[in-house]
Design a protein around this ligand. Structure first.
Ligand code: FES
Length: 103
């Protein structure tokens, strides 16, 4: 199910590419990062032990979880990679906002 944001996450992460943007949409906790000129959106739940990425950092083009500092690359979608991969969500532009497929 596609849901529309009430702000533009892409603009926010482009303005602050050194940290993830964590936000809520329809009671889902989501996070967005800006890496290699592209925005990635995923559930705000670390694959390691479920922590929020709020307060995390982007280092060497990877998202660093603030809890135990595991590093995640949204392009890595191999389920065999420890401690797991980010749950990427599809998104598309809709005027000044975006729509995210919450599935
Ligand atoms: S909860 Fe994220 S690295 Fe442990």
């Amino acid at each position: 199910m596609w849901e529309r944001t009430t702000f533009d996450p892409e603009q926010s992460v482009r303005e602050n590419p050194s940290a993830p943007l964590c936000f809520e949409l329809k009671k889902w906790r989501l996070a967005a990062v800006w890496l290699r000129e592209e925005m990635y959106i995923f559930r705000d739940r670390c694959p390691h032990m479920g922590a929020s990425f709020e307060g995390g950092r982007i280092e060497d083009q990877k998202l660093v979880c603030p809890k135990h500092r595991y590093r995640f690359d949204p392009r890595d979608q191999d389920p065999n990679i420890a401690p797991g991969c980010l749950s990427l969500l599809e998104w598309r532009r809709s005027g000044a906002y975006i729509e995210i497929d919450l599935k």
